[in-house]
Write a protein that binds this ligand. Structure first.
Ligand code: SAM
Ligand code: SF4
Length: 348
């Protein structure tokens, strides 16, 4: 039994007997990813269509409601929260939520992190650190400003580099995330590895996942990381290491640079057996698996009463539905994504 007690704002005290979340396969859920907005100031070609229809603002939970939901999850055993999106740093007053959650570090929460495209990082870096954030992930798929514009459609490479500079200056540890894209950044990977490790950042490469309709054909973008790894091993010496960040990446140490390289391979390797996470959207929908469509609506329980018992019961019910694993397959015949929602809904 979890007996931690706390309060948030004017809400009722968190229920003292909030039971930990153990799914039907015995996995404890200790990691919550929160997509605080589905909106973004970029339109990465593998993630979104250029003309995206976003949720009407009235459908979004308020920051106070998101805080209350996060606190309920902390009471039920969540130790790590990652804010993501869409682009989390474009949500109005997002630092208010960061500050509120930062106060929970050390009393229930071990770590608060953010995944960002870096566009707004320069102006938020110091405050993130001040709120207790120590590590962030920055997504960067190329080091070429012109290619960067092409892949993000709207992004400004220089701003992201300024953001990375500011974050490092503020003391934030950065991990770079790059989606591996055939015929796009394949040849650049050795340079990206040297760039990241040269600046003391880990690098993680991710396979594209078939989520949401985009203009392009995902089978054209898909680059198996097994191939990327073989190519990189012509230049670099890798040693598999048991480094864990609570995520699905498998890491190697790179002898030539001294840095770490992570591989996230949702399609070629099943990383589900040790899954400890659930994903909450900005409308209060809980996805128990990134690669499945099943979800639970927590908004009704949240808004129905200030008694957190109802909310905890809704969360418990959702956890009984956490599936054993994902179902990612690219439907090559119909060229349909396996999961209809875009990655920006749940934040990856
Ligand atoms: N906007 C922030 C960013 O880009 O870091 C946070 C949200 S974004 C959806 C989180 C991560 O998901 C990014 O690293 C992005 O590259 C990755 N991503 C987006 N769509 C993807 C897809 N279809 N397959 C694999 N990764 C994807
Ligand atoms: Fe925006 Fe991140 Fe999706 Fe790119 S990957 S469009 S930055 S949410």
């Amino acid at each position: 039994m979890n007996t931690r007690v706390g309060t948030i704002g004017n809400a009722a005290p968190l229920v003292a007997d909030a039971a930990p979340m153990i799914d039907p396969f015995g996995r404890a859920v200790t990691y919550l990813r929160v997509s605080v907005t589905d909106r973004c100031d970029f339109r990465c070609t593998y993630c979104m269509a250029e003309n995206m229809t976003f949720l009407p603002k009235k459908d979004l939970l308020t920051l106070e409601e998101l805080d209350r939901l996060c606190s309920a999850f902390i009471a039920k055993g969540v130790r790590k929260i990652r804010l993501t999106g869409g682009e989390p740093l474009v949500r109005k007053n997002i630092m208010h939520l960061v500050r509120q959650l930062g106060r929970r570090i050390g009393s229930g929460l071990d770590e608060l992190t953010v995944t960002t495209n870096g566009s707004q990082l320069a102006r938020h870096a110091e405050e993130l650190y001040d709120c207790g954030v120590r590590r962030i992930n920055v997504s960067l798929d190329t080091l070429d400003p012109e290619k960067f514009r092409r892949i993000t459609r709207w992004g400004d490479f220089a701003k992201v580099i300024d953001g990375i500079d500011a974050a490092q200056k503020a003391g934030l540890k950065i991990k770079l995330n790059a989606v591996a894209l055939k015929d796009f950044n394949e040849v650049e990977m050795p340079d990206m590895l040297r760039f990241a490790h040269g600046r003391g950042m880990d690098l993680t490469v991710i396979e594209t996942m078939p989520m949401g309709e985009i203009e392009e054909d995902r089978t054209d973008q898909y680059l198996p990381l097994s191939k990327l790894r073989t190519d990189l091993e012509r230049q670099f010496t890798f040693t598999d290491i048991d480094y864990q960040t609570g995520g699905p990446a498998r890491y190697v140490k790179v002898a030539e640079t001294g840095g770490r390289l992570g591989f996230i391979t949702p399609l070629t390797h099943n990383f589900c057996e040790s899954c400890n996470r659930v994903r909450l959207t900005c409308t209060g929908t809980l996805y128990m698996c990134l690669g499945q469509n099943d979800a639970a609506d927590l908004r009704a329980a949240l808004r129905g009463t200030e008694d957190n018992g109802l909310l905890h019961a809704a969360i418990d019910e959702a956890i009984t539905r956490k599936p054993k694993g994902h179902d990612f397959i690219i439907d090559r015949t119909h060229k349909r994504p396996a999961v209809a929602r875009h990655m920006s809904v749940t934040g990856g």
